[in-house]
Design a protein around this ligand. Structure first.
Ligand code: SAM
Ligand code: SF4
Length: 330
């Protein structure tokens, strides 16, 4: 699939649920209303849609959410997608998770074919963790991370950088990740969805964070890319890697290779734009076969925009994009 700007679309992120067992302050409002079940695609429908994307050349799929691992029986979707790993099919199946269910599921994920996972962890401090997630306990996530490592999964720790919240944690987290063999990635906050609060208060530019880390660590530029907006550096002291995802200060759209599917079958061609295609309608239309479904996907890809337009509106203090990350899938 080639979009109008010559970019090959080979990476699909799928939000398998909008629900979550945590309520991270930058991601959700405390009193989120979740989607009624009838609007949410079944795991079989998600599998069929993913199959159509694979048929069109998508070779990497990441399941996300909401919290993907709280969806009932989600492992069956992992197994089915995992069976498509191989020549002409998927090269990689991955997941982004808050880690709370990993003690229970890490072994099954590995058996299904997952080899790398991203775990979101913004702090190693238990009380800061409780404050950021509004009610979470850090232990299940930490235990989950080590269960994943023990199951043979490569772990990348993702932390959203927030001014005055976790900015004093990054040296410690970098050392901890180095010690345990985890890559570490810092993410700038993105203005997605209403969250009760002021985003200008949270926004922490990563350029400053990087300079401060360089006071204690030697960061060597690398060519390492995962096809996404992260820039990676090798940390000489630990041998590990640190990535910086800076959607607001750095334009990464030229090399964008991805689209995002929500659990209702809505396809977003860009995280930072509102245009979307409804794939649930053709999916549930008995008159549309797999060829028709692929045609609907191709028509959507033909509308993939050139780039995003994130701004934290300083006057209205409204998000640039009204939907939450838990809807589109981070
Ligand atoms: N629940 C899973 C988790 O937390 O990893 C997967 C879904 S979560 C929406 C995916 C990622 O998006 C997480 O790393 C989270 O920190 C990030 N995220 C959520 N809202 C964000 C925002 N407004 N700005 C930047 N990152 C955000
Ligand atoms: Fe849940 Fe992930 Fe959003 Fe936190 S970032 S509220 S864990 S979906």
């Amino acid at each position: 699939m080639i979009d109008p700007f010559g970019r090959r679309v080979s990476y699909l992120r799928v939000s398998v649920t909008d629900r979550c067992d945590l309520r991270c302050v930058y991601c959700m409002a405390e009193d989120m209303t979740f989607l009624p079940k009838a609007q949410v695609l079944s795991l079989e429908e998600l599998d069929r849609l993913c199959g159509a994307f694979i048929g069109l050349g998508v070779d990497r799929i990441r399941l996300t959410g909401g919290e993907p691992l709280v969806r009932k029986n989600v492992i069956s979707l992992f197994r089915s997608l995992g069976s498509r790993i191989g020549p002409g099919g998927l090269q990689e199946l991955t997941v982004t998770t808050n880690g709370t269910q990993l003690v229970r599921m890490a072994g099954d994920l590995h058996a299904a074919g997952v080899r790398r996972i991203n775990v979101s962890l913004d702090t190693l401090d238990p009380s800061a963790f409780a404050a950021i997630t509004r009610w979470g306990r850090i232990e299940p996530t930490l235990d989950g991370i080590f269960a994943a490592k023990a199951a043979g999964l490569a772990v990348k720790i993702n932390a959203v950088a927030m001014k005055g919240v976790n900015e004093d944690q990054f040296d410690h987290m970098l050392a901890w990740c180095g010690e345990h063999g985890f890559d570490f990635c810092l993410i700038e906050t993105m203005p997605l969805g209403e969250i009760n609060g002021d985003r200008n208060d949270q926004y922490l530019p990563l350029s400053g964070v990087r300079s401060r880390l360089r006071e204690n660590w030697t960061l060597d530029e690398t060519e390492y890319r995962t096809g996404g907006p992260a820039r990676y550096f090798k940390v000489r002291e630990t041998g590990g890697r640190i990535g910086f995802i800076t959607p607001l200060t750095h334009n990464f759209c030229e090399s964008c290779n991805r689209v995002r599917l929500t659990c209702t079958g809505t396809l977003y061609m860009c995280l930072g734009q509102d245009d979307a295609a409804d794939l649930r309608r053709p999916l549930r239309d008995p008159g549309v076969d797999d060829a028709g479904l692929r045609q609907a996907i191709l028509e959507a890809i033909a509308r993939k925009p050139k780039g995003h337009d994130f701004v934290i509106d300083r006057h209205r203090r409204q998000p640039a994009v009204a939907r939450h990350m838990s809807v589109t899938g981070g």
